[in-house]
Design a protein around this ligand. Structure first.
Ligand code: ATP
Ligand code: MG
Length: 332
């Protein structure tokens, strides 16, 4: 089966609704048709300051959320990035064929460094896309499902793969991005023109997968809408209501038009109550399963170790080939 690679940063105690709808639900669907590798990318998370004890906990929690959302660790390779040493090693090699200007053109870095200032920005944040290229290329990945925020990074990955292959001989499959449809993109409940994100500045707009159901319901009831009063999808003029419709439709797998019809002539209060029920019903069992998994951390660690061993096999074969091609002397 073709190879698929994707991952998420353990940058919060809980994933948010966008991660669930935009990534996990799709991964769950895709895992039966691909040889899939799903990583908890902790090496990426430390490109911004993390508390060490909390990072460990967030890493376990993120892995538990993958499993609870239906990623099967016996079918897909579900592992922690830092468990597989080859990621950091290949990133070094790739950094030596990446242009400084080329890396400097990455818009995500430009945005983040502009926000935090040059001195508060690590070199690791700058080379983040090179590490991401290593993640993908280690597994001879055919497809990379990502949000459009990651499209430029996958383009860089393709460029680096082609450059290495032509300079040193073919070592890598050149991967293709699968950009998620706009209908899987979730926006902040309080600021519905910017994407929902784990590291959002304010909590009020983020719907957490592991939040207490009453809290999630309250956030939905307080979500920003507009004063037209009709439940109608119009991204341009009604971003708040459109976002809520997107969430409703994604979680129920019902078309938006059908939901609009159901709430025609009813107020936003009714609609939000309906959505709150949908969210609580979907997230409740996931949350319960996560708590169960976290109750037995030794078992979770065992699953992650077995999966890392599987990832190691593929990654080490690629890395050995790369080292040989670059001309590094083999240790005998
Ligand atoms: P951070 O704020 O730490 O960057 P994040 O919420 O953006 O966190 P990532 O770990 O960067 O999450 O991304 C994990 C996956 O979730 C990626 O595939 C990304 O495209 C997807 N994703 C993140 N936010 C959303 C969103 N609002 N809607 C749809 N998909 C999303
Ligand atoms: Mg992100």
């Amino acid at each position: 089966a073709p190879r698929l690679y994707s991952g998420m940063q353990p940058s919060a105690d809980s994933l948010q609704a966008g991660n669930y709808i935009g990534a996990l639900l799709q991964w769950r669907e895709l895992q039966s048709s691909y040889d899939a590798f799903f990583s908890v990318v902790d090496l990426h998370a430390i490109t911004v300051a993390q508390n060490p004890a909390e990072l460990r906990e967030k890493t376990r929690r993120t892995a538990a959320q993958y499993i609870a959302a239906g990623i099967e660790p016996s079918q897909s390779t579900l592992y922690v990035q830092s468990h597989v040493r080859a990621h950091a090693e290949l990133a070094w090699i790739l950094s030596t064929i990446t242009g400084f200007g080329e890396a400097g053109r990455m818009t995500q870095f430009k945005d983040k460094s502009a926000r935090h200032g040059a001195d508060a920005t690590s070199v690791g944040l700058f080379t983040y896309p090179v590490l991401m290229a290593a993640d993908i290329l280690l597994y001879q990945t055919d497809v990379v499902p990502v949000g459009d925020d990651q499209k430029q990074h996958v383009e860089l990955t393709r460029d680096l793969a082609e450059r290495f292959n032509s300079r040193f001989g073919t070592a890598f499959v050149v991967p293709k991005p699968v950009i998620q449809q706009e209908s899987a993109r979730i926006y902040d409940l309080q600021n519905p023109t910017s994407k929902m994100s784990k590291s959002a500045e304010t909590d009020a707009g983020v719907l957490w997968l592991l939040d207490d159901p009453a809290k999630s319901a309250k956030k939905i009831m307080r979500a920003v809408t507009d004063n037209e009063g009709s439940v109608r999808f119009d991204r341009e003029n009604k971003p708040g209501v459109s976002n809520l419709l997107t969430i409703y439709s994604a979680l129920t797998k019902r078309p938006v038009a059908e939901i609009e019809d159901e709430y025609a002539g009813r107020g936003y209060g009714d609609f939000k109550k309906g959505l709150a029920e949908v969210v609580v019903e979907e997230f409740g069992p996931v949350r319960a399963r996560v708590l169960e998994l976290l109750d037995d951390p030794a078992e979770l660690d065992r699953i992650l170790a077995a999966n890392a061993a599987r990832a190691d096999e593929v990654a080490d074969a690629t890395l050995d080939d790369v080292y040989d091609k670059v001309g590094l002397l083999r240790r005998q």
